[in-house]
Write a protein that binds this ligand. Structure first.
Ligand SMILES: [Fe+2]
Length: 173
């Protein structure tokens, strides 16, 4: 694996684990607000982030690269509102997607087909998740206050989210 791509993969491992920390913190915040469905949704997202980190980590080690992944900063702990929390989620995902796009460009430039394949999977996954979050944000805009019945209905819907292991990990990568 090209050194620049390897370094970018290391950074991506750190970003995915940073996402896990942040979303676990958000899940805890939702628990404190008595919104167990939101907490479930965020917890499942946090677990998926660990899966994402493992995909990059396994590609690094399979490519003979030393995985120097560094440390994860503590996440923000308090949020102004449910909507504010999801907006923060969206901002964070945008920064992670931005880094993914840069690595994809790098991988295409170096004609690293395996890296391109992994990164294109993430691009698709981010698109699906982005559409889901847009729908949640759209419903949140209609809910006013933490006692609003619409918020409680949405909380019930988000309780149904299940954990999905990334395809490459399901196949034993
Ligand atoms: Fe991720």
């Amino acid at each position: 694996m090209n050194t620049a791509i390897g370094d970018a993969f290391c950074r991506q491992v750190r970003l995915e684990l940073t996402s896990c920390y942040l979303y676990k913190q958000m899940a805890s915040w939702f628990e404190g607000k008595d919104l167990p469905g939101f907490a479930n949704w965020m917890r499942k997202q946090a677990h998926e982030e660990v899966g994402h980190a493992l995909v990059f980590f396994s590609r690094l080690t399979a490519g003979g690269q030393r995985a120097d992944i560094g440390t994860v900063d503590p996440p923000i702990r308090d949020f102004t509102s449910v909507q504010g929390c999801f907006s923060h989620f969206v901002d964070h995902e945008k920064s992670v997607s931005g880094h993914l796009s840069c690595i994809l460009e790098l991988a295409r430039k170096h004609r690293d087909a395996k890296a391109v394949q992994v990164l294109e999977w993430f691009e698709g996954e981010n698109g699906i998740r982005g559409e889901e979050v847009d729908r949640i944000l759209g419903r949140l805009k209609m809910a006013s206050g933490e006692r609003c019945p619409l918020l409680r209905t949405l909380d019930g819907d988000l309780a149904a989210r299940r954990f999905r292991l990334p395809a490459s990990l399901r196949m034993g990568a």
